[in-house]
Design a protein around this ligand. Structure first.
Ligand code: 2M8
Length: 494
């Protein structure tokens, strides 16, 4: 066969694999669909998680923009009066004993005068604000597809804009009383990268008091307990929850007394990028002039904060422990915060990319796929199979891919997208993967993994959404739970 024919065969095979991957991703989201929101994973995470839902909306947009909009609106129905978006909205239908700490453990959250009406119950923590980025993605997909979706999507933006503004305002005030541009977190769960070595030092300063015994349901849902945080980690997590409960979930009380107060650079960088998205949404909905200035100031403040934590020796940004008053030197993917925040000068960008390509990350010789491990294999505390201490996470790859595109690095972004997709074709829709073997770890059928796969598949190599039907083939599928008509809509390509 000529090399041209070989190329055609290879292209068709790749396309076949992509079509199958898209079908499987759709299936995962359909199985985890609860009507107008999606479980993070069927067994390990039977509730609605905040940043998972935002990533899920990005994927759902390609299956139906109306359903994607509902995902975000359903989450924001449980926004607190302060503007906080809770990190978990508990599913009243989840089997008892399926997740700990469940709603009963968060009674303080319900008792707070700022909490939304119950049921459902919520936690009183929060997670990184991907939501405005997701809302804008829903709009972009609708606009690309055209038709009545465009008006619907604009109405959705109008509806969600004030809620997003309130959410960001909460983060810029309650979580940044210092006006540093950096978000303070009260708990590793708020970072989304729970047991990352980022938190080892500040957690060591948390002295666990009298803690009643508690179940570890999470360990029943993974192949090996070594994939999840240790007992010592969990004791500290639950002790911090106890302290937050004692403080009545009140921001000022927490700030005054809490032993774990950290400026989280990944959270802060996502907020900068989300504020950029919010600014675009503000223009689309015709928000008042004052909003534009306010959001632009938040963005500038965020950049200043991140700049102040740049470590030129590591070529990464560092978190900052407010209690110990020092930066936390850990080489993790969070250090790429300035890349995620966007708009870096050429020198900073070059330094970030050099770190990304280095042996500490994508250039490490033992990697199965050239995708960044959550923690550098050169970092003390790296563990290739343990949760956020080393495994690769598809949503992190998505975030970096999206950031590289915004930074004007399409080839590098394309390599990351391709490697990430290959990993999923072979490994499945895992929660995370062993970076050296590619083995699936944690939960199976993780919703946000399926969602980012759909977004990658709908995007061309240079990041813009595909115009013609190629991968996301038309097809009908029925909702598992019925009732929400848009699932029955044909699935269209962008
Ligand atoms: C993980 O976190 C939860 C606690 O929030 C857990 O381990 O029980 C994290 O990976 C977090 O980032 C994610 O949102 C959540 C659901 O996927 O799971």
């Amino acid at each position: 066969m000529t090399s041209k024919n070989n190329r055609v065969v290879r292209t068709e095979t790749a396309l076949g694999a992509e079509v199958q991957l898209a079908a499987r991703a759709r299936q995962v989201l359909r199985q985890n669909d609860m009507g107008d929101w999606t479980r993070a994973a069927p067994n390990l995470y039977p509730h609605q998680w905040s940043w998972d839902s935002a990533f899920i909306a990005i994927g759902l947009a390609h299956l139906g923009t109306r359903r994607a909009a509902k995902e975000l609106l359903a989450l924001f129905e449980h926004q607190w009066r302060t503007g906080k978006v809770p990190h978990i909205v508990f599913n009243p239908e989840a089997p008892p004993d399926s997740y700990f700490p469940g709603p009963e453990h968060w009674a303080c959250a319900a008792a707070s005068p700022d909490a939304p009406p119950t049921p459902p119950y919520t936690s009183c923590l929060c997670q990184p604000p991907i939501h405005a980025i997701a809302a804008l993605r829903v709009w972009e997909v609708a606009e690309r597809k055209g038709g009545e979706r465009v008006d619907e999507a604009r109405a959705f933006l109008r509806q969600i804009y004030p809620k997003l503004l309130l959410w960001h305002r909460y983060l810029m005030t309650h979580r940044d009383p210092e006006g540093s541009g950096l978000v303070t977190i009260y708990h590793p769960w708020e970072s989304g990268t729970d047991n990352s070595p980022r938190w080892d030092e500040p957690l060591m300063n948390v002295e666990v008091g009298d803690l009643p015994s508690y179940p570890r349901y999470d360990l029943q849902h993974v192949a090996n307990p070594s994939e999840r945080p240790t007992g010592a980690d969990y004791d500290r997590y639950l002790w911090l929850v106890e302290l937050i409960k004692k403080a009545g979930c009140d921001e000022r009380n927490i700030y005054r007394s809490h032993p774990f107060l950290v400026k989280d650079i990944l959270f802060s960088a996502i907020l900068v990028a989300a504020n950029e998205a919010l600014l675009e949404i503000a223009a689309l909905v015709g928000a008042q002039g004052g909003d534009h200035t306010l959001i632009a100031n938040w963005i500038a403040r965020g950049h200043r904060g991140l700049n102040s934590l740049w470590d030129s020796e590591l070529g990464l940004c560092l978190d900052y422990d407010l209690r110990a008053r020092r930066p936390l030197r850990a080489r993790t993917m969070a250090g790429f915060a300035p890349l995620i925040a966007g708009r870096q000068g050429p020198e900073r960008l070059e330094a970030l990319i050099a770190t990304l390509d280095s042996l500490a990350f994508v250039g490490h010789p033992w990697l199965r796929w050239p995708v960044p491990p959550s923690t550098s294999p050169l970092q003390a505390g790296f563990h290739r199979r343990n949760y956020w201490r080393g495994p690769t996470w598809p949503v992190v790859n998505w975030l970096l891919w999206w950031s590289l595109l915004r930074a004007g690095e399409p080839e590098r972004a394309q390599r990351l997208r391709q490697a990430s997709l290959q990993q999923l074709v072979i490994g499945g829709f895992g929660e995370y993967f062993d970076p050296f073997t590619g083995e699936l770890l944690g939960a199976n059928d993780q919703s946000w993994t399926a969602a980012v796969a759909l977004d990658w598949l709908a995007s061309q190599s240079h990041g813009t959404l595909r115009r013609t039907a190629t991968v996301l083939q038309p097809g009908r599928y029925e909702p598992v739970r019925g009732g929400h008509t848009e699932w029955a809509e044909t699935v269209e390509s962008a």
